[in-house]
Design a protein around this ligand. Structure first.
Ligand code: ADP
Ligand code: MG
Length: 676
């Protein structure tokens, strides 16, 4: 059987199990073989019964000395006990309501029991242990992440049969690299990661698999970069940004001016610009990109601006339309819900060069969107896109210059991997006249007062938000929560005010109508889920109440709060939470104490650990199954060097010997970054 065959063909897997496995991301035999144990049970360290410590999980080797006894404790609760001996001492083995397990133990036979020791005084018992007949010395046994209905032992069995299914192991790592870095072969590594022969073998297996994963990642990313850097771009020679800056209703910050100058200089070159514009929420990234877009247009070239959500794309469209209202720059908006006829018109105008700027969502990167002279591709809030999508906007003919904008501070190690030689502009200065957002943490007893405070602001002509969290994993539930809150408020506390509702499941047209009404000031209060998290800009909104604040991550709360404090009025954010947990409260208090996004991100990282950051896939990189980009720094350096060297020798890995490697890279990037 081939390793890429469906898991359904494996012995012991039917439709039902296949569905459970799919929940764990396992669809093929290979997925199963690379579904690594979370941890191991060590059945190789056998403890004498008399030394077994109370309340700890240990492995003992013992003979069953008596038949199992049954004790009915109460209705529906029966204990099964049997006494075992290791020749020195005795201990009870106890099972609850599990006659089957208890009766499997045969008198006179020797077993390994693995379980927790409990008891009182001198009495000790091992509770519901796992056990197997003793044949040879115990092993390390894998413990897998489980899903309802499929426990670790069941997965272990399946992994065993996957090995037996007889697929042929082809090592993606070339032999010279394996030798050079002393890495074991792929089959050995996989067998030992699941069923370690020893602790040493396990650690060698891990080292090899981590190396492989990071190596593939590096190769894929380097490939992405050389692809975009390989060829020459269209230089945007003249600098017209002064006139644009002068036309703005506000004075740019020093940081904004610096970023614009850097961009202009980059784009004068025929090497494509590859720049990351990093700045906290509200630091004015849009104006920077607008200046560069303006400059392209004045040089007779086109730009594209891609945003992760439709709401945000529409807002950018409006902002830019306003900024460019006294110029002859024309802008097209392309999103999933642009009517087909309109789309057709815009596409034609982009292709002919009639339109100088295309603003949109993913719709922009579809194959049939063509440009006449695309010089600049801007991606906003880029961490929300996958690496592949980011690549595609800049692959729209002519190798445009690229600018990515992000409010997410990224740890340095990670930035290096993702961006490599990307240049960085940082907006470390807030526009003048901004007032600090006052942030309070209160419990739900003060909800009425918080609402009253909102009312007061609405009465004086300001606007506000009430944000409610994702209540459950399911979108449907989220919707009801927002919907109910909205109805209660609109007909209750805020009766007579104009209240709007915004959530992710609304039709784009409805979303747009709601946002329009809020932006125009007609809707006074917006009840929303986190869809407003990214980029929404309504300076007249000065108050925000966040319900169940404990359910949000720190950085997310910071993003949410960034929706207010955008004008010159003082803004207030009230977080409502009844959380008792110390850590949660500490987290929320950080937010109340600072508005510095970088500081908040640091704290977030410190409190939650790197696992969460990298686990949340904010970075758009392919998921790592075993490597940890934060802690495997040594391996990262090693693989970086190895990948650089290999690509020098064989730039497209086109050598036949590298075919398995090429395939593995493509698989990791799901075919998005093709190695040929
Ligand atoms: P972000 O960096 O979060 O994307 P925006 O570009 O949306 O921030 O800008 C936030 C708000 O600040 C907008 O209303 C914008 O018009 C305004 N703004 C940007 N730069 C300045 C400035 N130098 N002075 C005053 N207001 C500014
Ligand atoms: Mg923005």
């Amino acid at each position: 059987m081939e390793f890429n065959s469906s898991i359904k063909y494996l012995k012991g897997v039917g439709e039902k199990r296949a569905a459970m496995l799919a929940k764990l991301g396992i669809r093929t035999l290979w997925d199963l073989l690379t579904f690594y144990p979370r941890t191991y049970e060590d059945w190789s360290k056998i403890v004498a019964i008399k030394d077994a410590p109370m309340n700890e999980t240990v492995c003992i080797k013992a003979f069953a000395g008596s038949r199992c006894r049954e004790h009915m404790i109460r209705k529906g609760m029966t204990l099964y006990k049997t006494e075992v001996s290791d020749g020195e001492s005795l201990i009870d083995i106890t099972f609850f309501n599990n006659k089957y397990a208890a009766e499997k133990i045969e008198v006179g036979k020797e077993y390994l029991f693995f379980g927790k020791i409990t008891g009182k005084g001198y009495y000790r018992s091992m509770l519901s242990p796992e056990f197997e007949e003793f044949t040879d010395c115990g092993r390390m046994r894998p413990i897998y992440p489980q899903t309802a209905g499929l426990n670790s032992r069941a997965i272990e069995k399946l992994v065993r049969s996957a090995f037996e299914a007889g697929g042929k192991f082809v090592d993606p790592l070339p032999e010279d690299i394996r030798n050079r870095y002393c890495l074991m072969g792929v089959e050995d590594a996989l067998r030992n990661i699941h069923f370690p022969q020893s602790e040493d073998m396990l650690s060698e297996a891990r080292r090899r698999l981590i190396f492989e994963e990071l190596f593939l990642l590096e190769l894929g990313l380097m490939r992405l970069r050389t692809k975009s850097r390989r060829s020459t771009s269209v230089p945007v020679e003249k600098d017209f940004t002064e006139e644009f800056i002068a036309s703005l209703p506000f004075e740019l910050t020093g940081a904004q001016k610096r970023a614009i100058a850097q961009g202009v200089e980059d784009m004068q070159s025929s090497v494509p610009m590859n720049r990351l514009l990093q700045g906290d929420v509200g630091s004015g990234k849009t104006a920077v990109s607008a200046a560069l877009i303006y400059n392209c247009a004045r040089n007779g070239m086109q730009s594209a601006l891609m945003a992760p959500t439709e709401v945000l794309a529409i807002q950018h469209y409006k902002t830019l339309t306003k900024m460019f209202e006294n110029t002859d720059i024309s802008i097209g908006l392309l999103t999933g819900s642009t009517p087909a006829s309109e789309k057709k018109k815009i596409k034609a105008a982009l292709k002919s060069g009639e339109i100088q700027l295309a603003v949109g969502t993913h719709a922009l990167i579809q194959k049939d969107v063509e440009f006449d002279r695309l010089a600049l591709a801007v991606t906003d809030e880029q961490h929300r896109f996958g690496v592949n999508q980011r690549g595609s906007l800049s692959s729209k003919g002519g190798n445009p210059h690229t600018l990515v904008m992000s409010a997410t501070p990224i740890p340095r190690t990670l930035a290096l991997i993702i961006y490599g030689d990307l240049d960085l502009s940082i907006l470390d200065e807030m526009p003048k006249g901004r007032q600090k957002i006052e942030t309070f943490l209160v419990n739900s007893e003060l909800r009425e007062r918080a609402y009253g405070y909102i009312k007061k602001h609405l009465c004086s002509g300001m606007q506000g938000y009430i944000v409610c969290p994702l209540v459950a994993e399911s979108d449907a539930l989220e919707l009801t929560a927002a919907d109910e809150l909205y109805k209660n408020l609109a007909d209750g506390f805020f009766k007579g005010f104009k209240v709007g509702l915004l959530h992710g499941k609304m039709k784009p047209a409805d979303k747009k109508a709601v946002m329009d009404s809020f932006a125009s000031g007609e809707t006074q209060l917006l009840v929303s889920t986190t869809v407003i998290e990214v980029g929404i800009d309504v300076p007249n909104a000065v108050i925000m109440v966040i319900e169940n604040a404990e359910r949000f991550g720190l950085s997310q709360l910071h993003q949410l709060r960034g929706r207010i404090g955008r004008g010159t009025e003082k803004s207030t954010c009230i977080m409502i939470s009844d959380a008792q947990n110390e850590e949660t409260l500490e987290r929320l208090k950080i937010l109340a104490s600072t508005t510095d996004g970088f500081k908040i991100a640091d704290e977030d990282l410190r409190l939650r650990g790197p696992g969460d950051f990298f686990g949340s896939r904010q970075h758009g990189l392919p998921e790592m199954k075993i490597a940890d980009m934060m802690t495997d720094g040594e391996a990262l350096r090693e693989t970086q060097a190895a990948a650089t060297e290999l690509l020098k020798k064989s730039p497209a890995l086109s050598d036949e010997a590298y075919a398995p490697l090429r395939e593995a890279v493509n698989r990791l990037f799901s075919g998005g970054v093709s190695m040929n």
